[in-house]
Ligand binder design. Sequence first.
Ligand code: C2E
Ligand code: SIN
Ligand code: SIN
Ligand code: FE
Length: 335
Amino acid sequence: MINSPILCADDEPYNLGILRMALKEHHPLVFSRSGQETLYAVAKHRPALILLDVQMPDMDGYEVCRRLKRDADTENIPVIFVTGMTQEIDEKAGFEVGAVDYITKPISVPIVQARVQTHLSLVRADRLKESYHDAIHMLGKAGHYNDTDTGVHIWRMAAYSRVLAETIGWDMERCNLLELAAPMHDTGKIGIPDAILKKPGKLDQEEWKIMKSHSSIGHGILKQSKAPLFQLAAEIALNHHEKWDGTGYPNGLSAMEIPESARIVAIADVFDALSMKRPYKEAWSLAKIQDYLNENAGSHLDSQLVEVFMDIMPTILEIKANWDARELALVENFS
Ligand code: C2E
Ligand code: SIN
Ligand code: SIN
Ligand code: FE
């Protein structure tokens, strides 16, 4: 990817010459002079970006683009059309077949350079986001122990947390952050011995003491990043087992002393944990879970948040059904 070339496709050698001049200093380049040659060059060179002439003799740029977008291997390569046709209808046609941008002829060198920079940065940002997402998933999974766990539940509880935050008026950006931070709430379980995590029965006093340290362990790991995402994740890891009445751990905080992020995640966590089979418990029925949340509103959980959570239960159940279906599909694929 780092060294993938930019593919310049045009039947006019003159235009290819301008593109070469504009880009050669900063990018590896490959060239093609017809539709067929372009498809061949894409397969051979896996370009990072394609500058694609619309009017070529054998197959026009629209058709080339359409074919690239149909193929899973090439659909993500950004295509910029280079065209002499400037009517609005043409622009629409270009975007409809999946182009990200277009440049009009005669080709302006600074414009080509700027557009190419922009779209390469967008690709890099996408890659970075993908890595970020994977890192979160890995940290989230580190906290979970079941070999058959598909990892679905950490995103499911994150989705519950998000809609709860949205409903109480968090802005979009904080909601996005919360949805990414919540899956890491149990990262600290990586520091808990398997014999405790997988114990089929109730934990004794000593085991429970060790188990409870997962909040601080997770906090210790996550706080090492200054990125807002991990700062929020650290706050949640530390506080997700605090209780409204002050009887939680690790610090016995109560009520509004507990960060709202953690009060939100606590509800999503308990709702999701109860609906799942654990080594030490069976899955609970939905009715029983709802009763439990209501009974624990004001003691364990923030009662105002529980009330909102009950109000949005139809949305929560929709999310649950979606994720449960995905989990089932994953399990079937594995077996
Ligand atoms: P977890 O299984 O992910 O559960 C998260 C939280 O959901 C629990 O936090 C608790 O508030 C709620 N919860 C889960 N299962 C039950 C249940 O059967 N009954 C009730 N009333 N609440 C439930 P908590 O209690 O602080 O536990 C934290 C973690 O400690 C649990 O995470 C689990 O990994 C472990 N754990 C708790 N109790 C036991 C146990 O009896 N045996 C084993 N092996 N592990 C336990
Ligand atoms: C195209 O028609 O080439 C697509 C975009 C544009 O109009 O330049
Ligand atoms: C876990 O909490 O990771 C185990 C539950 C499961 O996903 O089966
Ligand atoms: Fe936990």
